[in-house]
Design a protein around this ligand. Structure first.
Ligand code: PMV
Length: 350
C-alpha cells in the first residue's frame, strides 16, 4: 500500500425509497427471502460528507462520526460494526481514517426510515475513497452495482436507494440479470407511472415497537412464512406487469394489499406486535372513501411503522394536496406531512 496522504474530501446525496412490494424476511448475508420493488424518493435524502486520509494508521478504521454536526455514538457504533463486517472484502479500511458528517433533509424525528438513505450515502463516499486510494476508475454501472451490494450489507432496503425511479432487488424471471446481491432499475414503465408522487402522513415520530432486524428474524419461525414468500413473488410479477401496462387501479389494489400484508405478518408473528396506530387506520379509511368518490387513483402504502405513504400520479397533485390539507392533515402528528415525489437516485456533491 502507498504511504500516508493528505486529507481528501467526498460528498454524496442519497435518497430514501418506499417499497411497493415488500422485503420482509432474510437469510445468510442480508439476502432477501423474496424480491422487492421500490420507488425512489426525491425530497427525503441524506447528505454525507467524508474527509478521509489513508496510510497514517495500521489498526483502523478510525471513524469520527457526526450527525448534523454533533457526535452520534449510536450511529458511529453501527457503522463500525458494518465496517468490521466488510473488513475482509475491503482491506484498505485498516489504514483509513474518516471524518464523516451526515444530515437528513427530513427531520430526524419524523418517523421516516433513514437507514436506506444514510447507509447508501455513506457507502458511496467510502467506495469513492477506495477507488481514489487504490487508483482505479470504475464505470458508473459497475460502481453503482458495487455500491448497491455494499449498501445491502448495511441495511437491506438501502440496496435500492442507488437508482432512480422504480427499483428491483431480488431475482425475478421477468427482469433479466436481477439479483439478490444488488438492486437494479426497472426500466419498462408506462408513461403514467413515470411521474408519481408520494405524500407521507406522519402519524407518529416515535421509535417503532420492534426494530426491523428483529422483525425480519421473527419471519424465520413465522407460521405463514413460506406462503408469504410465494405470494410476494407472484405479487412482484404482477407489479412488473402493472408498471408496464399503466393499470392505475390495479396498482392501487396491489400496493394496499402488500402494505396490509406486511402489517398482518407482524401481527401474526410469534410474539405478535402492532406498529399501526388508530390514526393510521383513520387515514386509510379516508383515502379509500376519497378514491371511491373521486375516482382519483391514489393509494396508500406503509413501511414497517405507522406513517402512511400516499402514492398518486403527478397530474392529480392539486386535488390530492387539497384532500390532504382538508381531510388528513389533522390526523397527523403536529399536522405534519412530507410532500415528496419520485426521484432520480444519488447525486455526487463533491
Ligand atoms: O431494510 P430493512 O432491513 O430496515 O427492512 C425494511 C423492510 C421494509 O421497509 C418493511 C420493506 C422494504 O422492502 O423496504
Amino acid at each position: 500500500m502507498s504511504s500516508a496522504m493528505a486529507w481528501k474530501k467526498v460528498a454524496w446525496r442519497s435518497p430514501s425509497n418506499i417499497a411497493l412490494i415488500k422485503y420482509w424476511g432474510k437469510y445468510g448475508r442480508q439476502l432477501p427471502r423474496n424480491p422487492s420493488i421500490s420507488m425512489t424518493l426525491k425530497n427525503c435524502y441524506t447528505d454525507t460528507e467524508m474527509e478521509y486520509r489513508f496510510g497514517n494508521v495500521s489498526n483502523g478504521p478510525v471513524l469520527d462520526f457526526r450527525f448534523q454536526g454533533k457526535h452520534d455514538e449510536v450511529f458511529a457504533a453501527r457503522i463500525m460494526h458494518y465496517l468490521d463486517d466488510i473488513s475482509a472484502e475491503k482491506p484498505f479500511l485498516k489504514n483509513l481514517e474518516m471524518r464523516v458528517n451526515s444530515s437528513n433533509s427530513f427531520p430526524h424525528s419524523a418517523g421516516v426510515a433513514s437507514s436506506a438513505s444514510s447507509m447508501s450515502a455513506f457507502v458511496l463516499c467510502m467506495l469513492v475513497a477506495e477507488n481514489q486510494i487504490i487508483g482505479v476508475e470504475k464505470d458508473m454501472d459497475d460502481f453503482l452495482r458495487e455500491a448497491s451490494s455494499f449498501s445491502r450489507l448495511a441495511s437491506g432496503s438501502a440496496a435500492r436507494s442507488l437508482f432512480g425511479g422504480y427499483v428491483i432487488w431480488g431475482e425475478s424471471a421477468f427482469i433479466p440479470h436481477s439479483s439478490s446481491r444488488f438492486a437494479m432499475p426497472v426500466t419498462e414503465v408506462a408513461p403514467v407511472f413515470q411521474r408519481y408522487r408520494d405524500a407521507v402522513m406522519i402519524v407518529s415520530s416515535k421509535k417503532k415497537t420492534m426494530a426491523s432486524t428483529r422483525g425480519h428474524k421473527l419471519m424465520e419461525d413465522h407460521p405463514f412464512a413460506q406462503e408469504r414468500y410465494g405470494q410476494a413473488r407472484v405479487n412482484l410479477s404482477r407489479m412488473i406487469e402493472i408498471l408496464r401496462n399503466g393499470d392505475q387501479m390495479g396498482f392501487a389494489e396491489l400496493l394496499e394489499h402488500e402494505a396490509l400484508t406486511l402489517h398482518a405478518l407482524m401481527m401474526s408473528s410469534i410474539p405478535g406486535y402492532i406498529e399501526i396506530k388508530p390514526n393510521t387506520i383513520n387515514i386509510i379509511d379516508k383515502i379509500r372513501e376519497y378514491r371511491d368518490k373521486s375516482g382519483v387513483p391514489l393509494a396508500f402504502t406503509l413501511d414497517a411503522g405507522p406513517n402512511v405513504h400516499i402514492l398518486y400520479p403527478e397530474e392529480d397533485k392539486e386535488e390530492v394536496i387539497y384532500f390532504i390539507k382538508h381531510q388528513l392533515k389533522d390526523l397527523c402528528e403536529n399536522k405534519k406531512w412530507i410532500d415528496d415525489e419520485m426521484g432520480t437516485g444519488p447525486e455526487r456533491l463533491l
